[in-house]
Design a protein around this ligand. Structure first.
Ligand SMILES: Cc1cc2nc3c(=O)[nH]c(=O)nc-3n(C[C@H](O)[C@H](O)[C@H](O)COP(=O)(O)O)c2cc1C
Length: 375
């Protein structure tokens, strides 16, 4: 019997599937829809105290499709945080908690680099009953022009300072959402945990340029002939997200074993989620996937995750969290292991290309096949 429920930082999630901050959590109407469909939690669209400083443009999305099909692999957005008034959000948070008291509702918050602003947004949101905070240190476009979002998240000192302000005011769990647009994501992650927050979330979108229109010669998405680099998400980013979650989880397990991780980036199936959990995630978030497949996808994901667990005899998420982490090594170690394995498996090795001189024109395809790890 598999149990998908999980308690993370004291919060009881019915399952680990959480709506990631963005359009799928952008007002009470859609948040209620998510809970009605069975999502374990919702991170609302990021809010700030002064929504009138936020003006969106259209078009603000651009998609990458698999060649010859309608399947969407990559998604770029130049969308800002919520443009809806803060007071309206407070009313809606309260209404959602009244309607779904057991649904875990997390406020994603972002403010300017001022202690009083961060303290105010924390205090006013927690007063209306949200369950936790996610600190948006990671929006890569628009907001950094105001020194917000990624402009904070790429600087570990600022992450630590702002998280300290939040922790002084917050009475509920706090996750810090990390930007992938840094060389070593563990550095700002460690800074946030050092300041005492309860968990990390990763990744936000990857700074990108979707392409250039070859008729108009203008970069996309094109707004009045111009664009800005945007944030890339969807399936295409999953390998990068897995790598970054792995790096955060290794640091977290070594240095902050009580802290938690919420894995994000290109998740669309229960199998995708299982991989993030195997690399140390406690919950997983989905944003673009919901924009493509709709809220009902959570049912499939729960079934797929349960099937994976049954296949391996896992009855709870705790039993397999982080199980794949010890299998990351160094290149030198891989070379050593392979040399040892070679010595032991002479017969098999005879047909396995070990050096470039072993390639044979007649056996080229079979030899290539044998070097593939994941068919
Ligand atoms: C249209 C769009 C809007 C987003 N807005 C926010 C936001 O307001 N706050 C935030 O923290 N992340 C935002 N994100 C980032 C997502 O929450 C998520 O971190 C990222 O898209 C990777 O996950 P995914 O591949 O499941 O979408 C947005 C993403 C998209 C596609």
């Amino acid at each position: 019997m598999t149990d998908l429920s999980t308690t993370v930082n004291g919060l009881k999630f019915a399952n680990p599937f959480v709506i990631g901050s963005g359009p799928p959590g952008t007002n009470a109407n859609v948040i209620n829809k998510a809970f009605a469909e069975g999502w374990g939690g919702v991170i609302a669209k990021t809010i700030s105290l002064e929504a009138d400083k936020v003006t969106n443009v259209a078009p603000r999305y651009a998609r990458m499709r698999a060649e010859g099909t309608k399947e969407v692999y990559g998604w770029e957005n130049i969308e800002l945080i919520s443009d809806r008034p803060f007071s309206v959000w407070l009313d809606e948070f309260k209404a959602v908690k009244d309607a779904y008291p057991d649904g875990i509702l997390i406020a994603s918050i972002m403010e300017e680099y001022r202690r009083d602003a961060w303290v105010e947004i924390v205090e006013r949101c927690q007063d209306v009953g949200v369950d936790a905070f996610e600190l948006n240190y990671s929006c890569p476009h628009g907001l950094p022009e105001r020194k917000m979002g990624m402009a904070m998240g790429e600087n570990a000192d600022i992450v630590e300072e702002v998280t300290n302000w939040v922790m002084e005011a917050s009475k509920i769990p706090v996750w810090a959402k990390m930007t992938p647009n840094v060389t070593h994501i563990a550095d700002p992650g460690r800074a946030a945990l050092r300041a005492g927050c309860h968990g990390l979330a990763a990744i936000n979108t990857i700074l990108s340029v979707m392409g250039v229109d070859l008729d108009t010669l203008r970069p996309m998405p094109t707004v009045e002939g111009y664009t800005v680099p945007g944030g890339y998400s969807c399936k295409a980013v999953r390998p990068i997200a897995l790598r970054m979650v792995m790096e955060l989880a290794r640091m977290q397990q070594d240095e902050y074993p009580e802290a938690t991780i919420s894995g994000i980036g290109g998740i669309e199936t229960g199998q995708d989620a299982a991989q993030f959990i195997l690399l140390g995630a406690h919950t997983v978030q989905i944003c673009t996937g919901v924009m493509i497949h709709g809220y009902g996808m959570v049912k499939n994901m729960c079934e797929q995750l349960a099937a994976f667990m049954e296949q391996h005899g896992f009855s709870t998420l705790d039993e397999f969290r982080g199980v794949s982490l010890p299998y990351f090594s160094t290149h030198a170690d891989l070379v050593k292991r392979q040399a040892e394995a070679k010595a032991e498996a002479k017969a098999r090795r005879a047909d396995m290309v070990q050096k470039d001189t072993h390639w044979d024109g007649e056996k080229f395809v079979e030899q290539s096949d044998r070097l593939v790890s994941n068919d």
